[in-house]
Ligand binder design. Structure first.
Ligand code: ZN
Length: 422
């Protein structure tokens, strides 16, 4: 990985002592900055009676309260649009992520982080890449675009959907790289096969940077062995952007130098040791949106040993679940609150439960319903409910099933995740 001329690759291989110094210096700097420029950060530090001068090392961060992702949309409603977390006088962009949560422009350092992830996955100048994530509302497309730009790589902003057009573009322009979800990459491959192509021979695709969904090892193997595509994962969130990326060793996600991550016990709020599972809490070195101690709700643990690739950053072991009750399906979080909001529109429904499963490498969403009155027009209810579900949850339910009274237990989870990941 001996570095790239496009970003400061020396940061990735800092010896342990230099890394510790680097992290603590950046931490002191961002905490002081956020305290002075983002009123919400000052407010939460005042509330906990902490001064910036008391934050010298990562351990000291425990003194500052965590801002939970679940509360963030409420904080933004009370103090629109950014909840008091904007660290600059103005922003040139506003992004809108599900929630809705508003985010300001992407900081330059996050384009470096995206470039690191792409470089680590084998993307180089000379490649031609389709970016199949959304270029509107959310920051995903712009984030990838900035990373590719740093590396001098040709980008085609194909966005979401349009499977056949994407295939034509891939074929005509000899596309070598893919950025997007694992499931859509498989959709493209399968459609190409249905159209009579031999994917390996007729396409030039060599590397894929995959995110927003789990990548089961069986699916990775299929991309690599059946189709000759090197597949590497990233971990991103809309508010914080890149938080982890795989190197060629594919054994954990390197944490980019642009953010600081703690793994925190959900109950006590204390930092956990490497290997222990807890919530991913992030402090990005981002002066535009300095979210000091942002609780993602995602669970993971840290691998502290240096990686054989040469990067010395700690690694995350992957996503091990969620702190709350939300379930991520097809790249979107579904919150029990959203499902309840849908059902509140339908008096006829007495009990409901959403089941998330997995079929042919794709997440499936089934809504089970018990009715007060079995004789009503079920087709009409199905159509209306499907529409309301899509409007509110921003993802389509595959099936709406009517079950007999008493099938859904009295005490039940609103959303059940029945997926297994082999
Ligand atoms: Zn590595």
């Amino acid at each position: 990985m001996k570095g790239s001329e496009f970003y400061d690759a020396a940061l990735e291989t800092m010896p342990a002592e230099a890394r510790e110094r680097y992290v603590n210096e950046n931490l002191r700097d961002i905490v002081q900055y956020a305290h002075d420029h983002a009123p919400a950060v000052k407010e939460k530090m005042d509330r906990a009676n902490v001064k910036p001068s008391q934050i010298g090392t990562v351990k000291d961060l425990e003194k500052i309260p965590i801002t939970r992702k679940d509360d963030f949309s409420e904080l933004q409603k009370l103090n629109p649009p950014f909840g008091g977390f904007l660290g600059v006088p103005e922003t040139k962009d506003v992004f809108v992520s599900p929630g809705p949560i508003y985010e300001p422009e992407i900081p330059e350092c996050q384009f470096d982080a995206a470039a690191k992830a792409l470089y680590a996955a084998g993307f180089r100048k000379g490649d031609t890449v389709i970016v199949t994530v959304s270029f509107h509302l959310v920051p995903a497309g712009a984030h990838f675009a900035g990373g590719l730009d740093k590396l001098g790589i040709t980008m085609i902003p194909t966005g979401v959907g349009n499977t056949e057009l994407q295939l034509q573009v891939m074929h005509d322009l000899k596309v070598t790289g893919y950025a997007g979800t694992p499931s859509f990459l498989m959709t493209l491959i399968k459609r190409a096969e249905e159209l009579g192509y031999n994917f390996r021979q007729d396409f030039e695709l060599k590397h894929a940077l995959l995110g927003a969904e789990m990548l089961p090892e069986s699916l990775r193997r299929s991309f690599e062995q059946d189709y000759g595509i090197n597949a590497q994962q990233i971990y991103t969130t809309a508010e914080l952007l890149l938080l982890g990326y795989e190197c060629s060793q594919k054994s954990g996600w390197h944490i980019p130098e642009e953010v600081l991550i703690e793994i925190v016990d959900h109950e006590t709020g204390r930092q956990l040791a490497p290997g222990e599972v807890g919530q991913i809490v992030v402090t990005p070195f981002n002066k535009i949106f300095p979210l000091i101690r942002y609780g993602t709700g995602d669970l993971s643990s840290i691998i502290a040993e240096p990686c054989s690739c040469g990067r010395t950053s700690p690694r995350l072991t992957g996503l091990l679940g969620r702190v709350g009750e939300e379930v991520k399906a097809r790249g979107m979080f579904i919150h029990p609150r959203q499902v309840k909001e849908v059902m509140a529109k339908f008096d006829q429904v007495s009990q409901f439960q959403v089941k998330v499963g997995r079929q042919k490498q794709r997440d499936t969403i089934t809504v089970n319903l018990e009715l007060k009155d079995e004789t009503l027009d079920k087709q009409k209810l199905t159509d209306e409910l499907a529409q309301a579900f899509q409007d509110i949850c921003r993802v389509k339910a595959d099936k709406i099933e009517f079950v007999a009274k008493g099938t859904i237990p009295e005490e039940h989870k609103v959303i059940v995740d029945e997926r297994t990941w082999e």
